[in-house]
Design a binder for this molecule. Structure first.
Ligand code: FCB
Length: 472
């Protein structure tokens, strides 16, 4: 058991272990803007957001939080927060506009400047290679359901590592491949907006393969000290009742939501029950010899993004249905329902349930012994309005963050090897299909003027970091 008793040195009632990584997270398309600048070509998100009806209010990432121009100011904000780490993503179409061939130096320059500014500020860069912005040209050739995209990804990973590997020591291949595969190709609420369940399963496999080939490309280009990782949004699945039918519903969602990634990446195999559940859609013959061994390349830590748990029930039971249609759950659609749990909610209508984060971290403690964990995203959207003096009071966000950090603390106390916490998000930003209507930042952004105003939660987080933990 790790010692995390009250620390007389810092005054924290819930101190985190020495060396704990305190960070914030963002993603390229959500903050950068400058969508057509310096040789960047459209990604699937540019195409999707400019298609009428796909994103709330017709919002696009064309300007976003203008971070491409305000990078120095944003690094200054992080320096004042006192974070040790910053998790950002590299826009593939900025660096390799067609998804093949040599890197574009002008595109890489932006990330070189960002990394230099971070190092200068004493902040460790944590680079994610793919946070959903596939070059449109690769989607036109078939996208993630096509095997070639995994090979293209490995080439791109090697290019970026070759350019930044001397200064970036912490790398993540993919962010939330579940969303890329199932929101992108099954329910279609994310780019590229396709609703083809069989293609979504192919996409999931090729994302696992891309991850593994990407790990190999990174290892080949990086010094041995570099850390290589993957970030998953694992679902904390809660059956509504203890009936056998609800347990089976939970099993199905766990298979196509979690084990579809965990088993290939950590055990080099596909879950047998997933193959059975999806038999009417595919025979999985697109999985070639050696693919699962490639997906299972060892990594240095697993990143977890957690926001809320998922309550499930068998479709036959009395639970009210709340399943989006078409379903993002191939093999479970029509058989499983998602009853909304009672209790407080964020502006995303997501339940507030910090116990789910504890459950997730302790599950992985048991299932993946020896694999260090980082919470690479956690945070909440609320309706934030600047007051008359410009101040932004966000007590609900502070309460959310405090509860979730306490859950991380509890998990560490109970033996989970959690090395860091990255708050989503540094800035209000383009929240995918919700456009600019949902604010996750601890820094408020006025999208008309691009004025940044730290919210109360930013000051609160800075105090937590300075103290090394939560106050009494
Ligand atoms: C995650 C995404 C991130 C952000 C949060 C709210 O699924 O990785 O980009 O949109 O949700």
């Amino acid at each position: 058991m790790t010692t995390v008793d009250a620390s007389p040195a810092t005054g924290a009632a819930l101190p985190f272990p020495p060396g704990f990584r305190w960070g914030t997270a963002t993603a390229a398309y959500q903050i950068e803007g400058a969508a057509a600048l310096d040789g960047r070509t459209p990604s699937i998100w540019d195409t999707f957001s400019s298609t009428p009806g796909k994103v709330l209010g017709g919002d696009t990432g064309d300007t976003a939080a203008d971070h491409y121009y305000r990078m120095a100011e944003d690094v200054g904000l992080m320096k004042r927060l006192g974070v040790s780490d910053y998790r950002f993503s590299v826009a593939w179409p900025r660096v390799q506009p067609t998804g093949r061939g040599p890197a574009l130096s002008r595109g890489l320059d932006f990330y070189r400047r960002l990394v230099d500014a971070l190092l200068e500020a004493g902040i460790r860069p944590v680079a994610t290679l793919y946070h959903w912005d596939l070059p449109q040209e690769l989607e036109d050739r078939g996208g993630w359901p096509r095997r070639e995209t995994a090979e293209r990804f490995a080439e791109y990973a090697g290019l970026v590592a070759g350019a930044l590997g001397d200064r970036v020591g912490s790398w993540t291949t993919l962010n939330e491949p579940w969303c890329s595969a199932f929101l992108g190709y099954a329910s279609g609420v994310h780019a590229p907006g396709r609703t083809e369940p069989e293609a979504a399963l192919r996409a999931a496999h090729h994302l696992n393969l891309a991850h593994g080939l990407g790990v190999r490309a990174l290892r080949a280009a990086l010094p041995p000290s570099a850390e290589v990782s993957l970030t998953l949004n694992l679902h904390v699945v809660r059956p509504l009742t203890d009936s056998a039918a609800d347990a089976d519903a939970a099993r199905r969602i766990d298979a196509v939501g979690n084990r579809i990634f965990l088993d290939p990446v950590f055990r080099g195999r596909l879950p047998e029950d997933l193959i059975r559940d999806t038999a009417a859609l595919t025979d999985w013959s697109f999985v070639r010899d050696g693919d699962l061994a490639a997906a299972c390349e060892p990594i240095d830590w697993l990143g977890l993004n957690y926001y809320a748990p998922t309550v499930v029930a068998a479709a036959g039971s009395q639970a009210p249905a709340a399943e989006p249609s078409p379903s993002p759950w191939p093999g479970a659609g029509g058989l499983v329902r998602f009853p909304p749990p009672p209790g407080p909610r964020t502006a995303m209508d997501w339940p507030v349930d910090a116990g789910g984060l504890y459950e997730l971290l302790t599950r992985l403690r048991d299932e993946l012994p020896g694999v260090p964990l980082l919470v690479t995203e956690n945070g909440a959207a609320y309706e934030d309005h600047p007051g008359p003096g410009g101040e932004v009071r966000d007590p609900e966000r502070i309460a959310y963050l405090r509860e979730h950090l306490a859950a991380v603390h509890r998990a560490i106390r109970d033996g989970a090897d959690v090395r860091g916490y990255f708050l989503w998000s540094l800035l209000d930003n383009f929240e995918w299909a919700y456009g600019y209507s949902k604010r996750f930042g601890i820094v408020h952004v006025d999208f008309a003027t691009q004025l940044r105003t730290p919210k109360d939660s930013a000051r609160w987080y800075a105090e937590v970091i300075a103290r090394g933990g939560l106050a009494p």
